[in-house]
Design a protein around this ligand. Structure first.
Ligand code: UD1
Length: 359
């Protein structure tokens, strides 16, 4: 079996880490394609190195640009590769423009599409990610969902064939990382903060970075958090951070984006996390760190149960109040059995065998 996997953005490298290893272990021929959507060393190369992901066979070199130009250019460069490689599956992860480009190219070439992290919805179509997810799910042949809720969501949209509940790769990797976090990671001393006496913030969602008013309100909330806030700044956020003088004479500590292990250590020993990222909401949940989500809605509704995650949008008062709440006690286990990679390869093999016997 040959699987052509398309990755391009930071969260996809994290998800690919466990799956690429499992594909190799099971003797599946994986052709990895990097679209280039994330290209800074600290957004891409360090993840491949630290998570021991095999080097991509193809690098499309498409970074930046508007949504149409970025997605279109990826499709143009990917199409001949898919035609040459003739994979049994084209596999895409999550909800980025790289996901959309991969899914559309394969669907048009009649190559079966497997979508990892299918069935998630924010119900907010002004998010580019929501459009990407819906399209990938509706052109997909094998929809690898993290849990039964995502399966039910697809059923509501009339998608019932090829749906398989597999768990969550990112959660599985975070569980492994959690076990190795020292009580007092050296990084904290370098930053001058003490375990459980600081917060972490990440902001990169277009609705927060492109609207300077919303961004300034979030920063106002973080400034009232009552503790130091370590803020690894995503490339798309740099300009907005400069415009509002974040980190100048306040409690914010601005740093470059961190490699995976350091980020897990930093979040794992924090008092709370402020984020508009999807993945980090789940990672904080696994690390048992309360999360304040800087959006009006979340795809990961399970994290809201028992109070591990609170939606604060860009309201400074809600942000400051949510930061000070106590750590919840109860926690369910909504993201699978810890074997998402194995379950995904099983599903690819079973569905592949079915297709061959039907042909
Ligand atoms: C993308 C995904 C989002 C995901 C996020 C993870 C889409 C629509 N969005 O958003 O779902 O949660 O990645 O981080 O696909 N840039 C750099 N260096 C880099 C990467 C990006 O300077 O390494 C710049 C780009 O040139 C662009 C901006 O940052 O100007 C935004 O990059 P973009 O690829 O649009 O996506 P993200 O905002 O990172």
């Amino acid at each position: 079996m040959r699987v052509l996997s398309v990755v391009g953005a930071r969260p996809q490298f994290v998800k690919a880490a466990l799956l690429s290893a499992e594909l190799a272990r099971r003797g599946v021929d994986e052709v990895l394609v990097h679209t280039g959507q994330h290209y800074d060393r600290e957004m891409s190369d360090v993840f491949f190195e630290q998570l021991e992901i095999p080097a991509p066979k193809y690098h499309l070199g498409v970074g930046g640009g508007g949504h149409g130009a970025q997605t279109g250019e990826m499709m143009k460069r990917l199409e001949p590769i898919v035609q040459d490689e003739k994979p049994d599956w084209l596999l895409v992860y999550g909800d980025t423009n790289s996901t959309l480009a991969g899914a559309l190219v394969a669907a048009k070439l009649h190559v079966p599409v497997a979508h990892v992290e299918a069935g998630l919805r924010s119900f907010n179509r002004s998010m580019p990610e929501e459009i990407n997810r819906i399209v990938a799910d509706h052109v997909g042949d094998l929809l690898l969902v993290p849990n039964v809720q995502a399966q039910q969501q697809l059923a509501q949209e009339g998608v019932t064939r090829g749906v398989c509940v597999v768990g969550d790769l990112m959660v599985d990797l975070a569980m492994r990382a959690a076990a190795g976090i020292p009580e007092r990671p050296a990084l904290l001393d370098r930053l001058g903060v003490r375990p459980r006496q600081y917060a972490v913030a990440t902001i990169h969602r277009a609705s927060n970075t492109d609207d300077l008013h919303a961004f300034a309100r979030i920063i106002e909330g973080l400034r009232s958090a009552g503790m130091p806030v370590v803020f690894p700044v995503h490339p798309r956020t740099r300009e907005a951070a400069r415009a509002v003088h974040a980190g100048e004479g306040d409690n914010l500590i601005l740093i470059d984006p961190l490699p995976y292990g350091d980020m897990m250590s930093l979040v794992g020993r924090a008092y709370t996390l402020f984020t508009d990222s999807g993945g980090l909401q789940k990672e904080a949940f696994v690390l048992k760190v309360p999360c304040v989500t800087l959006r009006e809605e979340t795809e990961w509704v399970e994290t809201l149960e028992d109070g591990w995650n609170v939606l604060a949008g860009s309201d400074p008062r809600k942000i400051a109040a949510a930061a000070k709440r106590l750590t919840p006690v109860r926690q369910g286990q909504p993201y699978g059995d810890g074997h998402a990679a194995r379950n995904i390869v099983d599903a690819l093999e079973t569905a592949g065998a079915k297709r061959r016997s039907a042909a």
